[in-house]
Design a protein around this ligand. Sequence first.
Ligand code: SF4
Ligand code: SF4
Length: 305
Amino acid sequence: MKQKSNPLPDVHGLVLDIDTFAVHDGPGIRMAVYLKGCQLACKWCHSPESQRAGPELAFVRDRCVLCGVCAQACPRGAHAVSESGHTINREHCEACGRCVEQCASGALALKGHHVTAGEIIDRASRLRPFFEHSGGGVTLTGGEVTCQVDFAEAVLAGCRSRGIHTAIETNGACPWEQLEKLLPHSDLVLYDIKLIDEAEHERWTGASNSPILGNAARLSGRAVQVRVPLIPDITDTDENLRAIFAFMNGVGLESLAFLRYNAAAAAKYEWFDLPFEIEGEPQGRERLQAILAMAREAGLEASIS
Ligand code: SF4
Ligand code: SF4
């Protein structure tokens, strides 16, 4: 009798993007799936379009030729186009995509599309030879993976059952129960820690770091890499870095990677009419070496990603 194969799960998720050649999101060559929605609103976020839970409209002003076709297509009157310029009333936009279909110059795009867990698993399965050759796998990132926990669990479990290495990248800003659902299906946890001072954390991310640090303290003994984004004069100060090292030593986490500051993210903020408030330059080679040395002196296994 022919054996039945496991059906692919029909759990739906909202995905910003899928990168099938990601090299900074865990070991080897990986399929990185960027989920939409996040509990935090970090002012330096390199994908601000990932923060909101629904699809949203991107507008690349340089490409707009002020033809006005989008204004005619929009049922909500969200576009105002004249010879002097083009504005979008985002409160009126319901992300239907009609204007995107009509814009011939490619100035508009809808960010966020629905997929099923089965579609992701199927795509990952076809990439398995590349994963096996490079020691890679699938990483669920975002946005924030715990904002779509049922979808993430279905994808991770499905990939795992097909012998694919799985990783999650999380900000940890969720109830422990949500993170706990994903851990049995994750071979590696990439765990972001930004600021130890709670008031500073609230100032720059819009939320307390209390659940983040509390959840991190429960991860000892698992395959975890802490990730620290190096934001000039905010997270990259000696004071904050030393506090992160002390915290990690206190809760038994040993591995960390520093993420270099990416100033190029500023352009994306314009696409969504968002302010970008971060100033400063990426750290130079000397400063990066000094940061690595500090972490290693603190007894941690450190790298720059
Ligand atoms: S349809 Fe495209 S090019 Fe024309 S006004 Fe709208 S955004 Fe600009
Ligand atoms: S996505 Fe839909 S609602 Fe939003 S601006 Fe375009 S046509 Fe209007």
